[in-house]
Design a protein around this ligand. Sequence first.
Ligand SMILES: Cc1cc2nc3c(=O)[nH]c(=O)nc-3n(C[C@H](O)[C@H](O)[C@H](O)COP(=O)(O)OP(=O)(O)OC[C@H]3O[C@@H](n4cnc5c(N)ncnc54)[C@H](O)[C@@H]3O)c2cc1C
Length: 419
Amino acid sequence: MKEPGMQKFSIWSLLRNAASYHEGWQRQWRSPEPQREYDAVVVGGGGHGLATAYYLAKEHGLRNIAVVERGWLGGGNTARNTTIVRSNYLWDEATHLYEKSMKLWEGLSQDLNYNVMFSQRGVMNLGHTLQDMREIERRVTANRLNGVDAEVLSPQQIREILPFINLNTRYPVLGASLQRRAGVARHDAVAWGFARGADALGVDILQNCEVTGIRREGGAVVGLDTARGFIKTKKVAIVAAGHSSVLASLAGFRLPLESHPLQALVSEPMKPIFPTVVMSNAIHAYISQSDKGDLVIGAGIDHYTGYGQRGSFPIIEGTLQAIVELFPLFSRVRMNRQWGGIVDVSPDACPIIGLTPVKGLYINCGWGTGGFKATPGSGWVMAHTLAQDRPHRLNEAFTLDRFYNGHLIDEHGAAAVAH
Ligand SMILES: Cc1cc2nc3c(=O)[nH]c(=O)nc-3n(C[C@H](O)[C@H](O)[C@H](O)COP(=O)(O)OP(=O)(O)OC[C@H]3O[C@@H](n4cnc5c(N)ncnc54)[C@H](O)[C@@H]3O)c2cc1C
């Protein structure tokens, strides 16, 4: 019998399994007992952590790896986000990193042999003031110089794509940027696809395994205390999004992060009507339509810090006001569900990916409200950093040190709505 997780998905395997009422599929990944020791342990079974483990095994040949997750796979922000994927950031450092991710997205379903439903339907960022339009033109030019597709749309061109948009909002819509290669993906499939791929390469995925302590000797990591016992290891990657500061404090250092609730909501399903993704910073909302038909709507962060995975009502109210202002035809659509995630916001709206003051301990955090789009690229550079004990060229600017030496990469303008 084949190893679990090795079963190939194809039209033939779908047909074969349809004939047996889909009861013959293998489990997608194992549920092993923790080993006493691993060569490397990734803390956090979200998309970024699972991608790190996958690329560590695939690109760097490490096999004796574990991913430890305190709850279930994708129970964090991975499956709570609004799934917008784009790479049109302003500064070279950020653009190169997100564009690496975009290229990986473009081949991800084939690479993982798992349909992550990546749909390149375009992302539009609306401009409502002259200053917005100047920033859009600057960013579009910078993107093109970096080989990233980007264009400026006039109000007329916006209307051709979205005939029902109201351009006369409280701040009239003067234009937009459009990245046509951008779009959305299916969030939980991303976690499951990476988990299945990593498992097939021998990675142990340990769920219900909260890390409660990070043991060090002589300034270096020697192992982790977990809910399932002590695990010995000399290499640990903290990839824990909103809980990164909690884990860093277990290792005796602080991160320049704030953890805030961020909310999203979905409507009742409707026929396909919304062909792209629209974001508006000025009136503060973003929206797309899922393949199932629901409108997927994202809010801004709640301004208090906290770890409760829920947000406040005034934020939802403001978000829906903005959506109805832009798209009055949605005013009678009912909302089905609302939820929150905890995002790790850094001072310059850019991630921290690299080494820490503790030898053998690496960190990948600070993605704030915009890390889903980076999932494959983030895992790819993190795997390199862990395997080589130094950052890859693509993440060498994203150090923790930049908050001491002042080399910040300010992406507040391009980081979009939620920040
Ligand atoms: C409402 C919302 C909308 C968003 N929309 C977008 C968007 O449209 N586009 C975009 O690019 N990004 C978006 N984001 C941001 C994006 O979701 C995150 O930046 C990204 O998913 C974070 O990386 P991750 O997936 O690995 O985190 P997570 O999935 O949160 O993974 C971290 C994991 O670490 C685990 N963990 C924590 N502490 C411990 C511990 N002590 N021991 C073991 N495990 C632990 C958690 O349980 C969790 O599963 C959004 C976020 C939210 C909340």
